[in-house]
Design a protein around this ligand. Structure first.
Ligand code: SAM
Length: 276
């Protein structure tokens, strides 16, 4: 009888031990899974730390101003290129346009009145240097559009005769030659037609150098400054021409005058900032 009870208890203990062994095995298996997952978490944490370092480095690179030597190269390229192009943009104005792009985080720029690209090229070269930014170049290359409203006999006759088809070819050749196609879109339209299509667009910088008649000049500054982003900049050419007087007065009444430059009798321009 006593032996029977002892045997039964022994068997129960053996069963309990087997159960415990089984549980211990399960726990060991779970511990192995936890260790494996911990290793994955560690790996992921290392990957995240590496990516965070990359982000920090990229942020630092973006925050740094472009290398001084490279800006000097860009300016030298602009100064060397400008005289090779037909048109009126002076070296100083070309460098000013370039500086405005560099210093004002210009992502979208617009030019009205491109001719052979003498003022569009420095803007686009600066965008190519920065590897960002788009210039929308609006130009009709049409004697009829250029003479739609009178300026004075001398200018009206010149604009009626000039070979704008040849000038257009020169422009497109330069855009390709200087590798600027990625940063320039060209709209072969009159300024008014372009505005009808783009009135809801927004720009950080606009350069108005299209028709210089009183009617076209005032229409251009009124229309296109409305597309400027808050604190966006407008460069307006030939501000001291008699025909530009109403346009200049309107700019003075509505914008902050950043600067008005008189390089010579024939080279004048103003820089205006949209107030709000
Ligand atoms: C003074 S030139 C531009 C010069 C150029 N920005 C430069 O710096 O050499 C004026 C240009 O505006 C263009 N133009 C005149 N009236 C226009 C209009 N209503 N719409 C579009 N382009 C126009 C002319 O064909 C001409 O090429």
């Amino acid at each position: 009888m006593t032996f029977g009870i002892f045997k039964k208890r022994f068997s129960t203990i053996a069963q309990l031990r087997a159960g415990l062994d089984e549980r211990a095995q399960i726990i060991r298996a779970r511990e192995a899974t936890i260790r494996e997952r911990e290793r994955v978490v560690e790996q992921r944490e290392e990957e995240i730390a590496t990516l965070q370092k990359c982000i920090t480095r990229l942020k630092q690179e973006l925050a740094q101003p472009p290398a001084f030597e490279k800006v000097i190269d860009l300016r030298a390229t602009i100064v060397e290129t400008i005289p090779k192009l037909s048109g009126w943009c002076s070296e100083r104005k070309a460098l000013l346009l370039s500086d405005l792009v560099l210093q004002n985080d210009v992502e979208r720029a617009l030019e009205i009145g491109v001719f052979a690209g003498r003022s569009a090229v420095p803007v686009a070269m600066t965008m190519r240097y920065l590897k960002r930014g788009q210039l929308l170049a609006v130009e009709a290359w049409s004697n009829l559009v250029a003479t739609a409203y009178p300026i004075d006999d001398e200018h009206d006759n010149w604009w009626a005769e000039v070979d704008l088809a040849a000038i257009k070819r020169e422009y497109f050749k330069s855009i390709t030659k200087y590798d600027l196609t990625r940063h320039v879109s060209t709209l072969e339209l009159s300024s008014d037609e372009a505005f009808a299509a783009l009135s809801t667009s927004s720009f950080d910088l606009i350069h108005i150098d299209g028709g210089h008649s009183e009617q076209q000049a005032i229409a251009d500054v009124q229309q296109w400054t409305s597309t400027l982003n808050k604190r966006g900049l407008a460069v307006v050419d030939d501000i001291f021409w008699p025909s530009m007087k109403p346009a200049r007065a309107w700019l003075h009444a509505t914008c902050e005058v950043v600067d008005e430059v008189c390089e010579s009798e024939h080279v004048t321009y103003g820089i205006y900032r949209r107030r709000s």
